[in-house]
Design a protein around this ligand. Structure first.
Ligand code: AP5
Ligand code: MG
Length: 225
């Protein structure tokens, strides 16, 4: 399956994407994670991305589209993929259309995670990520690690993202409203979007997502990480 996960910052895209991708045996591709990898490796692309990420703005399209194009040529995407955080504006949506059309492929579904802004701020304020594997996501109150500051899965150090300061989060929300919301409208017009509530427990949201893509009967029991 080829699925997009869209939603405001902190809606739980990464949290759900890891579980959905594991369940569907397809790669989870997060542009945010790809940029953070570049930043940690100190690449030139990482330096460009960092400036924009820290300001709560979108990384320029030519950079982002280049990263996605390269990622979608890797063999693990032949079975499908779950895109998290791409496309984020109409130019990126158009680029994705072109990439898929070149291989005579189409999207199967767009999952739109809906959440109130107050909850976004609480979720982001308490988020902690693992330095060794960015897919290991915790929350100090909602899904705390057994030992503070240590990843339950691999023992990596947990840290707070630099763009998770409140002022930057407000800016990211503004970018979502002004640039990304129109992507949802675009796919809505193509009949691809299912909007699901991102409120409630992680497991409940996962069941809603699986139902939305016609996988609701499958056992989603192992959602521990
Ligand atoms: P990106 O990394 O994509 O960030 P984002 O969209 O702002 O979303 P987040 O990762 O902050 O939130 P999430 O929805 O994944 O929530 P999570 O699962 O972690 O992008 C970062 C930046 O990179 C952008 O601002 C931009 O600069 C750049 N960028 C990325 N893509 C780009 C693109 N296409 N074009 C241009 N620039 C781009 O959950 C949040 C917290 O809530 C966690 O602590 C989690 O444990 C908790 N939580 C999750 N679900 C629940 C639940 N059901 N109940 C309670 N707590 C929960
Ligand atoms: Mg994320």
């Amino acid at each position: 399956m080829r699925i997009l996960l869209i939603g405001p910052p902190g809606a739980g895209k990464g949290t759900q994407a890891v579980r959905l991708a594991a369940h569907l045996s397809i790669p989870h591709i997060s542009t945010g994670d790809l940029f953070r990898e570049h930043i940690d490796q100190g690449t030139e692309l990482g330096r460009t991305a960092r400036t924009h990420i820290h300001a709560g703005l979108l990384v320029p399209d030519e950079v982002t589209i280049g990263v996605i194009k390269e990622r979608l040529t890797r063999p693990d995407t032949e079975r499908g993929f779950l895109l998290d955080g791409f496309p984020r504006n109409l130019a990126q949506a158009q680029a994705l259309d072109g990439i898929l059309a070149d291989s005579e492929l189409r999207l199967d579904a767009v999952l739109d995670l809906a959440i109130a802004e107050g909850q976004v701020v609480r979720r982001i304020a308490g988020r902690r990520l693992c330095r060794q594997d960015r897919e290991h996501i915790f929350h100090v109150d909602y899904s705390p690690p057994q030992e503070a500051g240590v990843c339950d899965v691999c023992g990596g150090e947990l840290y707070q993202r630099e763009d998770d300061r409140e002022a930057t989060v407000r800016q990211r929300l503004e970018v979502y409203r002004t640039e990304t919301a129109s992507v949802v409208d675009l796919y809505q017009a193509q009949g691809l979007v299912t909007t699901i509530s991102a409120h409630g427990r992680v497991q409940e949201v996962l069941h809603r997502a699986l139902d939305a893509i016609g996988q609701g009967q499958a056992d989603a029991a192992d959602t521990s990480m």
